[in-house]
Write a protein that binds this ligand. Structure first.
Ligand code: ATP
Ligand code: MG
Length: 425
């Protein structure tokens, strides 16, 4: 089934409230196998909402609306929907009794304005709102000669109330109506390769891609996520199709794929360290602690993360990590020998199995002809020796810092994979 999502409210249009409802509902519809095809933000405007509802009914099976169910004059959703369907609003005493009881339970008196919350467009069923006052509203039926049934769901704007109604009532109903037909998705995460190189590596996919299989590229700070979607007449069919496509993609990309779903580079690296009984220490200059921050975002990281130091100034590099004054003088702080000595130094000082370091020119100033802004050296050291990588990053200060973190985590991951090969050989 296809769905349109309408999020209503002037506050969303002017950026006063971030539209988290759209993101949350979009994700829920997708994970429940429904296909959201349009998401629209509409102001608190009766005619505007009515127009969008009509348009949504013409083009999709399901319309989910959030916001504007409250008791104030700017809450116009119900009138707009009633107008779009050509029905009247009807007042129900039992709904008002229910709302009044909720107020009394909290020791408050219901305002007269709440009366409108007991008005329901004809043909709609109220959905009990266990955590707020305004009930959700549900309609399933024919509309103006379009083929098949249409579903309209009206939900409160307050995220917690909306989510509770969706989870408890709306999603189970939609899944049942949807029947066998299914959409399934999987997200694979890659690092160490750009979006266009990734596309080139995957080659010509026209034999795979169709209206039954889709692939989307989602780049973000050095990680490119690949979202694979498959459609089927049954869930099993869709899953089978998705599995085949995933196997094909993984086969081509090999260990460029570091994880899937909710996994992050730091969480995957953490699991690899645990599995191998290794510990990690960080020495950061240009990333200013963000590498340690990313590592410690993972619950349980104390098992494998010994700790890290931010050695921003040269004297600190010398004092804390025994980086040689000679190397700093001869090559500068952003150099291969310094990155190497930082990684070796932090490994030794913190007694970790592995040391990783980052030193670079994040910008906007500080670049030279030989070392332009975006020059970053990463170092890796373990008991077998050390290894360095030079990056030339394209971004501004913030982006360069983030890209350096991704690259450093990926460097350690790749070195661990290489160790495995050496041990295996
Ligand atoms: P109420 O009975 O509280 O008036 P309502 O259904 O009328 O509920 P709105 O008035 O539209 O809902 O929104 C109430 C609050 O919920 C907003 O002030 C805002 O903080 C939050 N909200 C509304 N829509 C969204 C949205 N799309 N994403 C995130 N938050 C939202
Ligand atoms: Mg409101």
């Amino acid at each position: 089934m296809t769905a349109t999502l309408l999020t209503v409210g002037d506050e969303l249009l002017i950026g006063q409230v971030v539209n988290t409802n759209a993101a949350w509902i979009g994700e829920q519809l997708a994970t429940h196998g429904l296909q959201a095809v349009r998401s629209v933000v509409v102001g608190d405007d009766l005619a505007g909402v009515a127009d969008e509802v009509r348009r949504a009914l013409r083009t999709t099976d399901v319309v989910v609306v959030t916001g504007g169910l409250g008791p104030t004059h700017d809450d116009v959703t119900k009138q707009a929907v009633a107008e779009a369907l050509g029905v009247k609003l009807r007042f129900h005493e039992y709904i008002l009794d229910d709302i009044r009881a909720k107020f009394e339970k909290r020791g408050r008196t219901m305002a007269a304005a709440n009366r409108v919350q007991a008005e329901v467009p004809e043909g709609f069923e109220p959905l009990t709102n266990a955590v707020g006052t305004a009930p959700g509203l549900w309609f399933a039926g024919p509309w103006e000669g379009v083929a098949g049934e249409r579903v309209i769901v009206l939900l409160p704007g307050v995220p917690y109330e909306m989510q509770t109604l969706m989870r408890d009532i709306v999603l189970p109903r939609l899944v049942e109506l949807q029947g066998e037909a299914a959409v399934v998705q999987k997200t694979l995460h890659t690092a160490g390769i750009g979006e266009s190189d990734l596309a080139e590596k995957l080659g010509d996919l026209t034999g795979w891609l169709s209206d039954r299989i889709k692939l989307a590229f989602l780049p973000s700070y050095g990680v490119v996520r690949l979202r694979l979607t498959a459609f089927g007449d049954t869930r099993a069919e869709a899953l089978g199709r998705l599995g085949e496509f995933e196997a094909y993609v993984r086969d081509i990309l090999g260990d460029l794929v570091f994880g899937e779903g909710d996994e992050t580079l730091a969480s995957v690296l953490g699991a690899m360290l645990v599995e191998r009984g290794l510990t990690l220490a960080t020495a950061e200059s240009c990333t200013g602690g963000r590498l340690a921050d990313a590592i410690t975002d993972v619950p349980g990281s104390s098992v494998y993360f010994s700790g890290g130091v931010v050695v921003y100034g040269n004297p600190t590099k010398e004092a804390l990590l025994e980086v040689g004054a000679d190397a700093l003088r001869a090559h500068g702080a952003v150099s291969e020998p310094v990155a190497r000595q930082m990684a070796e130094g932090v490994r030794q000082r913190l007694g970790a199995s592995i040391g990783v370091s980052a030193t670079g020119i994040a910008g906007p100033g500080g670049g030279t002809r030989d070392k332009p802004v975006g020059t970053v050296w990463l170092g890796y050291a373990d008991e077998a020796g050390s290894h360095t990588v030079r990056l030339q990053l394209p971004g501004d200060r913030q982006l360069n810092k983030r890209l350096s973190v991704t690259a450093a985590l990926n460097l350690v991951r790749r070195q661990l994979l290489q160790r495995d090969e050496l041990v295996g050989a």
